[in-house]
Each structure stands twice: as C-alpha cells, then as structure tokens.
Design a protein around this ligand. Structure first.
Ligand code: DP6
Length: 373
C-alpha cells in the first residue's frame, strides 16, 4: 500500500503542468547517446520496467546511437501517434511496434506526443547486427530528443530535471537505456549504500571514483553477430519462477555494495573477480531457467580460457564481461593498454567473426548535437 502510493507520487513529478504547443510548430533535434556495459547485471524485472535488483554500468564512448527527431504540429488533432522511423536512411517498419509501446508508456509524461507528426532518423556507430544491443543507446537518444522538445515547450526546466526525466523515460523504452544518459558510471535500482539511487531512473555513481578506472578500456570482441537467440524481455521473464531467483537478487545487491567500495578504493584484483563472476552468473541464470539457453559460443569459451591463461602468466589486469549473447567485452586499465592490446590482436581476434572487434572505453554520457526551429 505504502509502496503503491510512493510510486504514484514519484510519477507525478514528471507530469508537466501545462504545455502550450502553439509556440513550437516544427523543428528538429539531434542527440548522440552511448551504449553501456553492466558490471553488476540487471536480469529480471517487474511491470513496468522496474528492476528486480540494482545494477551498475560503465558508460561507453565509441558505441553510440545518433538520432534526429523531426517534428511538425498536426493541423488537425488526432488520437494516434504519427511517426515514421528510418534506420540508416531506410524506412524501418519493424521498429514501429516497440516505439508505439514506448509512446504509450510515456504519453502521460509527455502529453504533447499526439499533437505532432514525427520522423525519427537513427543510426549506430557499431555495425548493424553486431550482436551489440542498440536498444540502450537508441531508446536513450530518442528520450533525450523528446525531453529537448519538452524543454523548448517549457519556460524553466533545469538540467538536473532534464537528465532525471530523460533517464526515467528511457527506462520505459528499455531498462538498460536509463543508464545511457549522464555520467561515466551509472547506478540503476534502489540500493541502501548508494545515495539517491532509484528503481525509476539511473543516477551517476555519487562517490569519487579511483584513478585506476580513469579511461578504462573495453575492447568488444564480436564473436557472433547473428540475431539474438533470446529477446531481452523473454530473458528477463525467465527470472519469474526461476529456482535461483531470490538468491541471485540478493547476490546482486551484495555485489553492488562490494562494487561501490572497489570503484572508490581502486582494488583491481577484486574488480576482476566481481566482474567475471557477474558475467558468468548472468549466463548461469540462462542455463538454469525453463526453457534453458546457452548463449555463449565455443569461441566465447576459447577467449575466456586465453584471458585466464594470459592473466596467470603475466599478472596483467585483464578481465571479461558478457551481455546476454556470445560477444566478449575485454576490460583493462589505461596503463596496461599496450601489452593487452597486443595480446588481443595476436591471440583473441582470431576467434571473432571476420576478425571484427571494437575498441571502446569509458565515456561520459549523451550529447546534444543540434537543434533547429
Ligand atoms: C544482460 O535493458 O535490454 O544487458 O528492459 O527488456 O529492454 P529490457 O532489457 P535490456 O536488458 C539488458 C540486460 C543485460 C544486463 C544489463 O545491461 O544490465
């Protein structure tokens, strides 16, 4: 009862009081939003888009989506969302249902949506079907464009409110998207040790981060570029009635607590252990659900084995993490980049599809690229 009341009150904060669209007839807005890689994973959610456990991620830099939202006030009001979507300059009908669901979820917070006709043009910096999820960066970029519209329609909207609401909206498009708005390290989900953490939006990690994590690298090895075997919504639902669900959610809370300490004290040995354990636990959850899935490929395992052998041999600060797929994210600090890059190029990329990989690192969040009226 108390919780219900709290959610309703919280939501109200993001319902604008009065919006007059007559001063904004047409225009366009372009935002660039990054992808992110979770260190403590979000896996399992409740309706609507509330995580079963808190998660924390590094914001990426080289993997991003750029979205241009063009809008025009309709001459006659209608009760439908009117929009076209273009992906890499080609009309993409298959993107429409997800965006319609998103618009339905956010309409009460952006009550002007049905008053405009939109054209959404989007592209990713990473190759299409690289196995890298574009929903985080894509939904973040679209939410930011819509928030910019709200900003242009309002008289005084602070940057803090802008970022909070953009993250709140992005979450309703795709959970992990709420971690792709602002900050280098982002926490999503209520946790006692993280001040102001929330189930409804991502917040920048609120404590000083140790210099060991400055410019931290993430080289993404594209092991399997095919279609996702399990959609994220199906995957999250596998955690309902999962035999290990409760222990997993408890463990994720404990791991976030530990990660918070590690990020502040710079203990890279503990960082490696925690990050790899989280990745393997995510996959273990999938392997032990009903139905069960193995999302790693033999090349994923070969890479992991080589990383472990190399680490043992050289003491290098290298570790891996995984998304819900076969690709491997190789994480390492700036001061070891030469040695580890050589190892990746000489030993690991032979296990990638067409030898493809992406050199990425910690980035700082989304950027407004252009607005036009
Ligand atoms: C394995 O954010 O893609 O990448 O909320 O259904 O859109 P939806 O799920 P999504 O799930 C991402 C899960 C993950 C772990 C993580 O990023 O925390």
């Amino acid at each position: 009862m108390y919780l219900c009341k709290k959610i309703i009150l919280f939501d109200k904060k993001f319902i604008p009081k009065k919006i007059n669209t007559s001063n904004l007839k047409k225009g366009s807005i372009t935002f660039k939003a990054p992808s992110n890689i979770a260190l403590v994973k979000y896996w399992g959610k409740e309706a609507i888009q509330v995580p079963k456990n808190p998660s924390i991620s590094f914001t990426l830099d080289a993997c991003f989506t750029i979205t241009t939202l063009t809008f025009e006030l309709k001459s006659t009001k209608s009760d439908t969302f009117d929009f076209d979507v273009f992906f890499e300059n080609k009309k993409e009908e298959s993107f429409k249902p997800k965006i319609t669901t998103f618009f339905n979820r956010i309409e009460q917070y952006l009550p002007f949506l049905k008053e405009y006709k939109f054209v959404i043009k989007t592209r990713n910096s990473f190759p299409h079907s690289s196995g890298i999820a574009s929903s985080a960066s894509g939904m973040a970029a679209l939410s930011l464009c819509l928030m910019q519209m709200e900003k242009e329609l309002s008289t005084n909207l602070s940057q803090v409110y802008f970022n909070k609401k953009a993250s709140f909206l992005a979450r309703l498009g795709s959970g992990s998207a709420c971690r792709s708005i602002n900050g280098k390290v982002v926490v999503w989900g209520k946790h006692v040790v993280i001040d102001s953490s929330s189930n409804y939006m991502g917040i920048e990690f609120p404590y000083p981060i140790h210099k060991n994590f400055k410019n931290y690298h993430d080289t993404i090895l594209l092991v399997d570029k095919g279609q996702k075997q399990v959609s994220s919504t199906v995957g999250h639902n596998l955690m309902n009635n999962h035999p290990f669900a409760e222990s997993r959610f408890k463990q994720a809370n404990e791991n976030l607590d530990k990660m918070s300490v590690i990020l502040q004290n710079g203990n890279l040995k503990q960082f490696i252990e925690l990050v790899e354990s989280e990745a393997l636990t995510l996959h273990a959850m999938m392997m032990t659900s009903t139905p069960y899935f193995i999302l790693m490929k033999s090349n994923t395992l070969k890479i992991i084995e080589k990383i472990w052998a190399f680490r043992k041999q050289t003491n290098a600060t290298i570790c891996f993490t995984l998304d819900a797929g076969a690709n491997v994210h190789v994480l390492y600090p700036e001061n070891e980049k030469e040695q580890i890059n050589n190892f990746i190029v000489n030993e690991l990329i032979e296990h990638c599809q067409n030898n493809q990989y992406i050199c990425d690192r910690i980035g700082s969040g989304a950027k407004l690229i252009a607005t036009q009226k």
